[in-house]
Design a protein around this ligand. Structure first.
Ligand SMILES: Cc1ncc(COP(=O)(O)O)c(C=O)c1O
Length: 406
């Protein structure tokens, strides 16, 4: 569906004229979505396997989410944290009942939820063990956001280069390599931070042995275990949070992305004991816990946190993995397909190293949106409620895209 209003005169070229060049968006400009289909300004349609980078977990224009937003818009939009509000209290109540956590801090994004978590682990250690216990350990290739603190905890030096001087007291071990963590963890470590599945780092799931070993090392050294579930959370792996399927419980969990189904919201979840270090005045956010975001997030939570929805994530995942493996074999492009639930990565084989971007561009030309995770992995993070028909259509389009370049 195209329209003739003034905004359709804007093109990708306008971006270069008026926007800061920190992104390099596609030439197509999406305008409307419904379920897992998106239409661009020219009226072309796409099957959406990208989900706004694991955000639109219930697709586009979901009636329950639209209703929640509209109903709240008619009541009150914003209050600030001088007041609390019913949607925020309701959401925190649901999150604490459904998880290990007793307390919730609301933010507006994954980066902000992590910023809160990284400040809290320092504050908690300072309060309980003294200022010497301040070191944070994370993992190489991890990604935790774009604030200065979160890029430093992230394990990808390309995101910190040029931004020096950087905050200190942060080091990085090898992911899925317990010896590497054991070599650097000490009683000075205040926290170990990990993604249960490294997302931006290439869709690399943590092994069960590794996760359990990390938990044990944290316990040994009185370090908090922080799970960054910004990408894996809210049903994406077939569990409400990925930790629930891993036999390990973190001390702090961060969540964002799918939490608002496309409305910006994030949260940090923790226990009462740890939360106690964030007493009034220690941390805050103007918009965190905003009633609009929380109203939408309540609807997202209610829709996703059902046994049927979580099971369907695993069923759909199996279907997509089988077909991706078939495509990979037929065109000799993928070495493997990995991930959890509907966070999947098709790993390019030797021949295609460094060329993941070609697959997303071919996808756009053939009416399907996919993502990359680094230069060697084609990532799919579709809506959890994507239909079988949308999956079939999207994979047929994706196969045509692969055939066009392979
Ligand atoms: C694991 C993880 N943590 C944090 C972030 C940052 O989230 P945001 O972009 O909402 O700040 C991301 C974003 O990709 C992520 O994947």
């Amino acid at each position: 569906m195209s329209d003739n209003s003034a905004h359709s005169n804007y093109t990708r070229a306008t971006f270069d004229e008026v926007m800061v060049p920190n992104y390099n968006p596609a030439t197509i400009i999406p305008e409307r979505g419904d379920g897992s289909r998106v239409w661009d300004q020219e009226g072309n349609d796409y099957v959406d396997f990208a989900g706004g980078i694991a955000v639109t977990a219930l697709g586009h224009n979901h009636p329950a989410l639209v209703k929640a937003l509209k109903d709240q818009a008619d009541k009150i939009w914003h209050l600030s944290n001088v007041f609390t509000n019913k949607p925020a209290l309701e959401l925190a109540d649901k999150l604490t009942k459904a998880t290990f956590a007793d307390k919730v801090f609301f933010a507006n994004s994954g980066g902000e939820a992590n910023e809160a978590a990284f400040k809290l682990v320092r504050k908690y250690a300072n309060d309980n063990f003294g200022p010497e216990k301040n070191e944070i350990i994370s993992f190489k290739q991890s990604f935790h956001g774009r604030t200065l603190f979160t890029v430093c905890v992230g394990g990808q030096p390309k995101y910190t280069e040029g931004f020096e001087p950087l905050p200190g007291g942060i080091s990085h071990a090898e992911y899925n390599n317990l010896q590497s963590l054991e070599a650097i963890i000490s009683d000075k470590t205040c926290a170990v931070v990990m993604e249960p599945v490294q997302g931006e780092g290439g869709i690399v799931p943590a092994t069960e042995e590794f996760v359990k070993g990390v938990r044990a090392l944290c316990d040994k050294h009185d370090a908090l275990l922080v799970f960054d579930e910004v990408q894996t959370g809210v049903g994406r792996t077939g569990h409400l949070y990925a930790y629930m399927g891993m036999g390990v419980t973190p001390d702090i969990l961060t969540t964002a992305k799918a939490m608002g189904g496309g409305f910006p919201i994030g949260a940090m979840l923790t226990t009462s004991k740890i939360a106690a270090s964030f007493m009034p005045g220690t941390h805050g956010s103007t918009y965190g816990g905003n009633p609009l975001g929380c109203a939408v997030s309540n609807a997202v939570f209610d829709t996703i946190n059902t046994p049927e929805m979580l099971q369907s994530v695993l069923d759909k995942s199996a279907k997509i993995v089988a077909r991706l493996e078939e495509i990979g074999k037929k065109y000799d492009v993928f070495a493997s397909v990995r991930g959890r639930g509907l966070l999947l990565g098709a790993v390019l084989n030797e021949k295609w190293q460094g060329k993941a971007r070609q697959f997303i561009e071919a996808g756009w030309q053939h009416g399907v949106m996919v993502l990359v995770a680094g230069m060697n992995v084609v990532r799919l993070a579709p809506a959890l409620n994507i239909t079988d028909e949308e999956i079939e259509d999207g994979l047929n389009r994706f196969e045509k895209a692969v055939a066009s370049i392979a």
